[in-house]
Design a protein. Structure first.
Lengths: 169, 151, 237
């Protein structure tokens, strides 16, 4: 029984390490603020803003695309200067990466990212791997206990459970 | 065997059989034709107008138009042979775009337009990274229209 | 009472399957979740494929084992084979549920719906219900021999659903995409194919490992039950 718990302790530690590494890897991609927060806080550094491209607001200009990004009751004008992106479409929810320009009152962006749907991925993996681990743990524990019980009650000697001993009989 | 246990057995067998029966005869039969194609919609008889159906096809390139400041949009759906106009109201899924497959739920009406409130994206079976797509990479791609299984 | 030779073999070799499955799944998870690229169309959600497809494949493999085992049982009447069938069904229902749930989570961002009455989805849900019925049948009857026989017949009849699941996307119009790997070629980029294959093989091995453990569990339970002459379930199991 001791080895059984040591083994599962090892599995748990490895799983925890992978989990922490995974969270660190994806955390920076996930955080994005709403246009409403942006207008309130007016941060001076590069931020990621999530919102929906207002229908019919896309205006193509020389070297830039202008559009309105809305979300949580607020709307901000965005000036996008990056390479043409097929994610920039009407009614599409996107993440724009860039900086708020307080003088022109526009958000200057050089990158449009897809909405990171890691939430779905994480949910799918947790919902499968956690019950699977529990299922297996429970099953192995039962087997280990059954072998002990069987030995105690002398149903048969588990030591005999090797091929050689069976064949020599 | 006790009477209570017997009842439990009968009830649970009925539940499982009922579930399977419901799936097989109720939904399977009806959904063997999960969707119709634009060609079939064009050939609809008047009595089929206004009945709820699903239509699958490819969103015709350059056909998507959004009515500004509303959630209404129009586009054409094609199966390679015929093309039908679709009027949609609502928020389309993120994966809905021109040149991609879509299944729209709604009804065909006498105005020869398909009215819909629900779009599902029909995914093709090819998977590749964005960089590969940008570099013009292709897979042994199958014809999208073939997956519509037009006879 | 003597231990079965098959059980002795299972106890001896199960560890190798467990270790191999663990390693493959770990590498597969790392490649699938970290190093592989997002899909050009679906984006990050494509990563759900690396668990959904292996789970679905293993579920169908579990049912195939159950089918083969049931035939074998009806022929040889070996109670250990019956334990193996019972075990395969218990694990199969687990993988089936995982495939349905992960598929649903994938469908929401991709298709824009959690569930739709598509032939592939319906036939897969039928497999889940058949397995539920199978496991329920196994708890009802007092005569062990009868129980095993009826269960085996149910499993063999239910096998008809498997080809339907597999070919549903080829035979009928479905929202579910057709087979990506078929005689017409492979339509998955190598970057994504490798983690998928690793996870698939890992899941097959994991199923084999679980089957070995669970067969022993059921066998030992029955052994103890026979010794004590009463149901064991109330003790602690």
């Amino acid at each position: 029984m001791k080895w059984f718990y040591i083994r599962w302790g090892g599995v748990l530690i490895i799983a925890a390490i992978i989990g922490v590494l995974g969270i660190q890897r994806y955390n920076r991609d996930v955080t994005a603020i709403s246009p409403d927060r942006l207008l309130r806080d007016q941060p001076a550094q590069t931020v990621r803003v999530i919102g929906m491209v207002e229908a019919g607001s896309i205006l193509k200009e020389e070297g830039a695309v202008l559009f309105q990004l809305s979300g949580e009751g607020a709307k901000i004008p965005v000036r996008y200067g990056g390479e043409e992106s097929e994610n920039l479409r009407d009614l599409k929810t996107v993440v724009v990466v860039g900086m708020w320009n307080p003088t022109t009152k526009t958000f200057d962006s050089g990158k449009i990212a897809l909405v990171p749907n890691y939430g779905f991925v994480t949910a799918a993996y947790l919902i499968s791997l956690l019950p699977m681990g529990f299922f297996l743990f429970n099953m192995e524990r039962k087997v280990a206990m059954l072998y002990i019980l069987i030995k105690e009650e002398k149903v048969y000697q588990p030591e005999q459970l090797t091929e050689e001993s069976l064949e020599s009989r | 065997m006790k009477a209570g246990k017997k009842t439990a057995i009968v009830v649970s067998i009925l539940i499982v059989l009922g579930g399977i029966g419901y799936l097989v005869f109720g939904n399977f039969g009806k959904n063997l034709i999960y969707f119709v194609t634009p060609s079939e919609v064009v050939a609809f008889a008047p009595e089929q107008y206004g009945k709820k159906v699903r239509v699958a096809g490819m969103v015709v390139k350059e056909s998507l138009k959004v009515v500004p400041n509303t959630l209404r949009l129009t586009f054409d759906l094609t199966d390679g042979a015929e093309k039908i106009p679709v009027a949609f109201e609502g928020v389309p899924p993120d994966l809905f775009k021109e040149g991609q497959g879509a299944v729209v739920e709604g009804f065909w009406d006498a105005d020869r337009t398909f009215h819909s409130h629900m779009i599902m994206a029909k995914h093709s079976e090819d998977y590749m990274p964005i960089e590969m797509k940008k570099a013009g990479g292709t897979l042994p791609k199958k014809d999208f229209f073939k997956t519509l299984k037009v006879d | 009472m003597v231990a079965s030779r098959l059980i002795a073999k299972l106890q001896r070799y199960e560890g190798w399957f467990g270790i191999a499955a663990g390693l493959l799944i770990m590498v597969g998870l790392y490649m699938g979740l970290v190093t592989s690229s997002p899909d050009y169309y679906q984006g990050e959600v494509v990563r759900i494929m690396y668990i959904h497809v292996p789970a679905a494949q293993s579920a169908m493999f579990a049912y195939t084992v159950l089918f083969g085992g049931s035939l074998w049982y009806l022929w040889k009447r070996d109670p250990v084979v019956d334990n193996m069938c019972h075990a395969a069904a218990g694990i199969g229902i687990f993988f089936t549920a995982i495939a349905l749930v992960t598929g649903s989570i994938w469908a929401k961002p991709t298709w824009n719906t959690w569930w739709t009455w598509d032939p592939r989805l319906i036939s897969f849900a039928i497999m889940l219900l058949i397995l539920v019925g199978y496991l329920m049948l196994r708890t009802f009857l007092e005569d062990k021999e009868k129980e095993a026989t009826y269960a085996a017949i149910l499993a063999i009849v239910g096998f008809i659903d498997l080809p339907i699941i597999h070919f549903s996307v080829e035979w009928w119009r479905t929202l579910h995409q057709p087979l990506s790997i078929s005689t017409r070629g492979v339509s998955i980029a190598r970057d994504m194919l490798i983690p998928l294959l690793l996870m698939s093989i890992g899941f097959y091995l994991l199923f084999a490992y679980m089957l070995m453990v669970r067969t022993q569990m059921l066998y030992l339970q029955h052994l103890l039950e026979a010794k004590r002459g009463r149901m064991l379930s109330k003790v602690h199991l």
